[in-house]
Design a protein around this ligand. Structure first.
Ligand SMILES: [Zn+2]
Ligand SMILES: [Zn+2]
Length: 558
């Protein structure tokens, strides 16, 4: 590409980025929070951010900084800071970009942001995989149905291929696989491999849709919501109501933790003791020790910490031991335990001490469930009704897809397939033309090409026919090249590039829509950075996919 074109493209893209940014700056804000919500860090962060929006610059940045301190694992304040500091000035630009990256990396530490992201991505992949077979069928079947009709006319046994449509009664994915198979049956050579690839990838659609179901049910599950709120230190009130008497260990652990934080130490200790019957987890011992310490049963607490160290030494156990030793005025042991704790995880100890600097009260470290544990629990919770052996499940569809791939492979050089003449569009097969030239055209066109002795009127007739056929085809292709990228390429038999462009385009479009919808439990915030990025991707793949097709069309390669 020449310099001028490149700079124009760059200018265009930066204008797009700017407009997308301006659009995204209008965050949807909820009206007002109820009174009791004001005590949670989540609500406090929200109020700080809302306050920051009303204030002029230096003051608002300070408020956002405060919000980050209150909930450092929440992506929202970082995004707010990015919005506030965004500028095209080169130095400031990278500075604000840094906040954007911090916000994005906070996704891994914040359950709901991350969970929503997985929903957006898998939903978009599923949508693209469902739409691609439909697009291929729309572009290929108008060409291939006449070929099939010709084959059936010559030999009724050819109608047997239509039997692949029968399993469609079992579910929509069987139908998608079947129309893929029918639309790819007449391709030869390399494009046929795209068919194998597509049929193989379709195997994953039942899994993706099972994930989507699980994602949606978890997103609206009060139990998971309450457990996450407790373990992320955001709210306990909800959990003490919702999680009472649950059977699953992570939910019981979260319930006990909520009780403990609400000061109901006796009930919390009871729950922890019950949990120890189903498995020895050092974290349960530590939290139980904290309950005892809160009830001033210091010796019992020390016993619990030591018990946890026997299973797996955690820095929190040593830290709490050091606190209790100091409480009992044994400063030597206190210092030794403290040293052990900070040797194990200095950052965590330092962060904890900074947040809990009111040293008048006995501040003990507690253990929570990790983001990964919560995530795998939530998915297990949502996926527990997935039946791999059912007809809509992944197993049977896998068998069906591999069967179709095998048939495609076996028939790859079948001579009974009808062909279309590349010159005049006439259909022919081995049954109606005895000697088929191997250059992809009918005998008539081939003869007029090689023999100059044939009748001039006949030759002109062929040339006119050829001209009209190619003109019509080119017109269809150029109209198609303004629709979904890849459609033109499928029509022209370029399957691999068609798959690439249509997938990228459909994926971006679907993810763009989902990024605005899938904001469960993170409202009023939205994934605005993702929406902007996807919008750029959407425009990029629309333009590049269609320009790619148009250029090939001009050069006569389609
Ligand atoms: Zn012909
Ligand atoms: Zn024929």
């Amino acid at each position: 590409m020449c310099l001028k074109k490149t700079s124009l493209l760059f200018l265009f893209l930066s204008l797009l980025l700017l407009s997308a940014h301006l659009l995204s700056a209008q965050v949807l804000w909820a009206k007002h929070l109820s009174e009791e919500a004001l005590v949670t860090p989540e609500a406090y962060t929200y109020l700080l951010l809302e306050e920051a929006r009303k204030k002029p610059d230096p003051e608002s940045l300070e408020l956002i900084g405060k919000a980050i301190k209150v909930s450092p694992d929440d992506p929202a304040p970082y995004f707010e800071l990015f919005d506030r500091t965004f500028s095209l000035h080169p130095q400031k630009f990278f500075h604000s970009l840094n906040y954007l990256f911090k916000g994005i990396s906070a996704y891994t530490k914040s359950f709901w942001w991350f969970f929503n992201l997985t929903g957006i991505l898998s939903g978009a992949v599923l949508t693209a995989l469902v739409l691609i077979p439909i697009i291929i069928a729309l572009s290929r079947l108008p060409l291939d149905i006449p070929l099939m009709a010709h084959e059936i006319e010559e030999n009724t046994r050819a109608a047997g291929y239509l039997l692949v449509l029968l399993p469609s009664v079992l579910g929509p994915y069987y139908f998608l696989a079947a129309i893929c198979f029918l639309s790819l049956m007449h391709l030869k050579g390399r494009p046929r491999y795209a068919g194998y690839l597509l049929l193989f990838v379709l195997i994953f659609t039942p899994l993706l849709s099972a994930y989507m179901k699980a994602y949606l049910s978890v997103s609206s599950s009060p139990e998971v919501k309450a457990a996450v709120a407790v373990n992320e230190g955001r709210s306990n009130v909800y959990a003490t109501e919702v999680l009472r008497g649950k059977a699953e260990d992570p939910l019981r652990f979260s319930y006990a933790l909520a009780l403990q934080r609400e000061g109901r130490l006796r009930a919390a200790a009871e729950e922890y003791r019950k949990l120890l019957n189903s498995g020895r987890d050092p974290r349960v011992y530590i939290n139980l020790g904290n309950c005892y310490a809160g009830m001033r049963r210091l010796d019992k607490a020390i016993e619990m910490y030591n018990e946890s160290i026997k299973i797996k030494p955690l820095p929190s156990a040593y830290y709490n031991l050091s606190m209790l030793a100091r409480e009992k005025l044994d400063f030597v042991a206190g210092d030794r335990y403290f040293q052990q704790a900070s040797d194990m995880d200095f950052d965590r100890i330092a962060q904890f001490r900074e947040l809990r600097n009111d040293l008048k009260k006995l501040a003990l470290m507690e253990e929570t469930l990790s983001e990964r544990e919560l995530l795998s629990f939530a998915l297990g919770w949502g996926m527990n009704n997935l039946k791999p052996l059912s007809v809509t499940g992944p197993l049977l569809l896998t068998v069906f897809s591999f069967l179709l791939i095998a048939v495609l492979f076996v028939t790859r050089e079948s001579s009974s397939m009808a062909s279309r003449c590349q010159k005049c569009g006439k259909l022919y097969c081995t049954a109606c033309e005895r000697r088929i030239p191997r250059v992809g055209m009918c005998t008539e066109c081939f003869r007029s090409m090689i023999s100059f002795e044939s009748n001039p009127a006949e030759r002109i007739d062929t040339i006119v026919k050829t001209h009209n056929y190619l003109k019509r085809r080119r017109r269809i292709l150029s109209v198609l090249s303004f629709t979904v990228p890849g459609l033109t390429l499928f029509y022209g038999g370029r399957m691999f590039s068609g798959l690439f462009f249509s997938f990228m385009f459909l994926f971006s479009a679907a993810a763009l829509v989902f990024s605005q919808i899938f904001t469960f439990n993170i409202q009023p915030y939205k994934h605005n950075w993702l929406t902007s990025l996807l919008f750029l991707m959407l425009v990029f793949f629309y333009l590049s996919g269609n320009l790619y097709a148009i250029r090939r069309l001009r050069k006569g390669w389609l």
